[in-house]
Design a protein around this ligand. Structure first.
Ligand code: GLN
Length: 255
C-alpha cells in the first residue's frame, strides 16, 4: 500500500571521483545532502563514482570535490569518457556542485603552473591558469542567489570567467575568489554551481544545500515537497544553529 508517509521517494546522488577529488572536507557536502534529504522525507541513494566504475542508471544530483593537480591528472581520462553525458545532464538542469579542482575541470581548461594543460569539459565558460602564489583562507562572498556564502579557499589556479558567465558571488577586498583580481568567485550556469569554497561548503550554507535538493526533487517528482516530522524539524533547527555558529567563526577569521 502506498500513502503519504510510506511512499518511497529516492533521490540518486553521484559523488564524483571521491577517491581522488575530495580534499579539505569536501566529502562533508555528500554527508550534508544525504542527511538533509532524509530529514525532508526523501530516500538518499549515494553512488560513489570513481574511474572505471559503471555509471548509475539514474542521476538526480552530482557533487564533485577539490583535488591536487595530481588528482586532476589521475581522473582526467575517465572524466572525458563521461564528458558528453555530464554536459547533457547539465543542459537538462541536473543540479551539480563542483568544488575547486572539479570546478576547474568543468571549465574549458586548466593550465598548471608547470605549463601542463588539462582540458575541461566546458560546461562552465571559464579557464584557469596556475600561478606560484596560493590563495588560501576563509572567505565570505555575496551572492544574489544565496546571500552571504561562507567557505574556505585554497588554490593556485586563477580562474577567469568568459563574458556573460555569472559568478556565484563577489568577494570583498580581502578575499581572493576566482583569481584575486576581479572580485568574482565561482560560477553559476543553469543549475550547475562551480566554486572554490571548501570547508565543507554545504554544512555552513544550508541555502545552497536546499537549492540543490529542491532542484533535484522538482526534476524527479515535479515539486519539492518536504515531509518533516517533529523530530526532523528539531534536527533541522539544530543543524541551523551549528551552521550559524560555524559561519560566525569562519567569517571572523578571514586569513
Ligand atoms: N589543483 C588546483 C589548484 O591548486 C585545485 C586545488 C583544490 O582543489 N583545492 O588550483
Amino acid at each position: 500500500m502506498t500513502n503519504e508517509t510510506t511512499e518511497r521517494r529516492p533521490i540518486d546522488v553521484v559523488s564524483l571521483y571521491p577517491n581522488d577529488m575530495n580534499i579539505y572536507g569536501d566529502s562533508g557536502n555528500v554527508l550534508t545532502i544525504r542527511r538533509r534529504l532524509a530529514l525532508y522525507g526523501y530516500e538518499p541513494v549515494i553512488h560513489h563514482y570513481n574511474q572505471g566504475d559503471d555509471w548509475p542508471g539514474h542521476v538526480d544530483m552530482i557533487l564533485g570535490g577539490g583535488g591536487q593537480d595530481s588528482g586532476q591528472s589521475k581522473i582526467i581520462d575517465d572524466f572525458f569518457t563521461r564528458a558528453d553525458l555530464l554536459r547533457s545532464l547539465a543542459d537538462d538542469g541536473v543540479p551539480m556542485l563542483m568544488i575547486c579542482g572539479m570546478y576547474q575541470l568543468f571549465g574549458e581548461y586548466f593550465e598548471t603552473s608547470e605549463g601542463k594543460r588539462l582540458d575541461g569539459i566546458g560546461v562552465i565558460g571559464a579557464y584557469t591558469v596556475g600561478q606560484d602564489v596560493r590563495m588560501i583562507g576563509n572567505l565570505v562572498e555575496h551572492s544574489s542567489d544565496f546571500g552571504d556564502v561562507i567557505g574556505y579557499e585554497n588554490h593556485s589556479g586563477q580562474t577567469f570567467l568568459r563574458e556573460g558567465v555569472a559568478p556565484l558571488g563577489h568577494v570583498n577586498a580581502e578575499g581572493r575568489g576566482n583569481n584575486g583580481e576581479d572580485h568574482t568567485e565561482g560560477a553559476r550556469v543553469n543549475n550547475v554551481i562551480g566554486t572554490y569554497m571548501h570547508g565543507s561548503l554545504l554544512p555552513k550554507n544550508p541555502k545552497i544545500s536546499d537549492f540543490l535538493i529542491a532542484k533535484a526533487a522538482e526534476r524527479r517528482y515535479g515539486a519539492f515537497e518536504p515531509r518533516v516530522g517533529d523530530a526532523a524539524k528539531a534536527e533541522l533547527d539544530r543543524l541551523e544553529h551549528f551552521a550559524v555558529e560555524a559561519r560566525r567563526v569562519a567569517a571572523s577569521r578571514p586569513r
